[in-house]
Design a protein around this ligand. Structure first.
Ligand code: ADP
Ligand code: NI
Length: 217
């Protein structure tokens, strides 16, 4: 097998090409931030760096939101890992992380079996909250033709992945359906510290958003 730094470099180049044109908040720079954050969390938590970096880099190339397989089989990631001759113990671990990582609705638990999985999930979730999370939520909504807000409809609590996947409400609902729930689902102590600040920023943003909506600010 190629050495780890060469392999990681090749994975980054491959993913950059695949996601470069995305305008739904899943572009290369989302992956680059998750990769950097995951590596920092891995060092702090003592997780295996090769597995964490590969999973972070490949985590969105098969996403259902980007037209990936509805059953969530990470086909492109699997094909690339095989092409590179990555040992099966590593590639199976990476693929398991990619398969189980995603948020699937307020009522659906998404536990991660390994420390490496917990670290990559935290890095991905941190990028869904705070100022960047807000920017991504509206970018996603815009890319899918959703309204910013619709005061005549209410957010939902999705009990299964199917219902979460089908949702088409305004982007402000996504705050109640996912973003505000992220803080309490963070796995590692290192990520929790960052999540708290980002969560507070979501709350400040929403308070101001609704005051402006009502014309009182
Ligand atoms: P996950 O796989 O956990 O959903 P991603 O890295 O794929 O994480 O990011 C999903 C991001 O897409 C959300 O955090 C959010 O910013 C954005 N998004 C906005 N609206 C929706 C929506 N209606 N359904 C799913 N994702 C949305
Ligand atoms: Ni992601």
């Amino acid at each position: 097998m190629t050495s780890s730094p060469v392999l990681i470099h090749a994975a980054a180049a491959h993913v950059r090409l695949l996601l470069e044109g995305d305008c739904s908040g899943h572009d290369w720079w989302h992956v680059e931030r998750v990769w950097r954050m995951a590596a920092a969390l891995a060092r702090e938590e003592g997780a295996d760096l090769l597995v964490v970096e590969l999973a972070a880099l490949l985590h969105d190339v098969d996403d259902w939101k980007l037209g990936g397989d509805a059953e969530g089989r990470p086909r492109r990631a699997a094909a690339w890992l095989e092409e590179q001759g990555v040992p099966s113990a590593v590639s199976e671990h990476v693929l398991e992380i990619i398969r189980t990582l995603s948020f699937k609705g307020a009522g659906v638990e998404t536990p991660m079996r390994t420390l490496e999985g917990r670290v990559v999930q935290d890095a991905d979730r941190l990028d869904a909250i705070g100022a960047i999370g807000i920017a991504r939520a509206f970018a996603f909504g815009g890319a899918k033709g959703r309204l910013i807000h619709d005061p005549e409809t209410a957010p939902e609590r999705h009990q299964d992945f199917e219902a979460y996947r089908r949702k088409s409400g305004p982007s402000i609902h996504h705050f109640y359906e996912k973003l505000l729930l992220v803080k309490d689902r963070i796995n590692t102590a290192a990520a929790r510290r960052l999540a708290e600040g980002r969560h507070r920023f979501l709350e400040t943003f929403l308070e101001r958003f609704f005051r402006e909506w009502d014309g009182v600010e």
